[in-house]
Design a protein around this ligand. Structure first.
Ligand code: PLP
Length: 259
């Protein structure tokens, strides 16, 4: 949202439901940014029907779809989702990143762009930062070529899956009044709070215990501000030795109830 605002583009927002972003709300926009594999922050995948709808919309409107695949490497269920980009390579920009698999500080990612856009994208990137570090890019390329990146992603997937399962089991046992969703992929879960609880209070109490969990409301934009009270809980950040303690503090906050 801040990048769109900084580029002085008009921003409209879409409602998100259990099928992902409401594609039927799109009209004459020039582009739409989606996270089809794992909607951020709610965590639902874009349904097959909506995937078809957005391709149809982009073709009819002559518009561009940006597919932000920010955590697609971490899928835990048995149904790998193909990239939306494959459905319309002439209309869809695919964006991947090393921010979740390696480190956000690396500042490396990749784009697959429709050929009609490639010159414009190269020139915008050159103007933005005269291109990313060649040494970092060559190192990443070697990491991928050698197979070590793939092994790292597989190892990390297993480790994050274990953390996710520990989080789910602990919440089921100690905080049965919350509902967890968005867990088939990625590095965060949506923890829905009972309707009478205040999201702000729970976030403040978590913060007082040194936990940086965000409220769902902090991601809401535009007229679709109405949302369920929920926490967006990232489980990948704490180092291994700190995870058990962080989980215990989260459980203490949620077990306290309304505060
Ligand atoms: C929705 C979403 N898109 C993209 C990214 C990655 O952005 P970047 O590659 O600029 O670090 C993130 C965070 O890692 C994210 O949450």
């Amino acid at each position: 949202v801040s990048s769109v605002a900084a580029a002085h583009l008009n921003l409209t927002t879409l409602l998100v439901d259990q099928q992902g972003a409401a594609i039927d709300q799109l009209g004459s926009e020039a582009a739409v940014l989606l996270t089809p594999a794992h909607q951020f922050p709610v965590g639902v995948p874009l349904s097959a029907r909506r995937r078809a709808e957005v391709v149809e919309w982009a073709r009819d409107a002559g518009a561009i779809v940006i597919e932000d695949d920010y955590d697609g490497e971490f899928r835990y269920d048995r149904h790998p989702l193909g990239a939306l980009q494959a459905l319309a390579p002439d209309r869809i920009v695919y964006a991947g990143t090393a921010s979740k698999t390696l480190a956000p500080g690396l500042r490396l990612g990749w784009l697959v762009v429709p050929s009609a856009l490639s010159d414009a994208v190269v020139s915008a990137k050159t103007l933005a930062d005269r291109n990313s570090s060649a040494i970092d890019q060559l190192t990443l390329a070697e990491f991928i070529r050698s197979g070590a990146y793939d092994r790292h992603v597989r190892r990390s997937r297993l480790s994050y899956r274990r953390r996710r399962d520990r989080l789910l089991a602990a919440l089921e046992r100690r905080a049965p009044h919350v509902r967890v969703s968005g867990i088939a992929a990625g590095l965060h879960a949506l923890v829905e709070l009972p309707a009478t609880w205040s999201e702000e209070d729970v976030v403040a109490r978590a913060s007082a215990r040194g936990l940086a969990v965000a409220g769902l409301g902090s991601y809401a934009h535009g007229p679709h501000q109405q949302h369920r009270a929920a926490l967006v809980v990232g489980y990948a950040k704490p180092p291994e030795h700190a995870f058990t303690g962080a989980l215990a503090r989260l459980l203490a906050v949620l077990a306290e109830g309304e505060g």
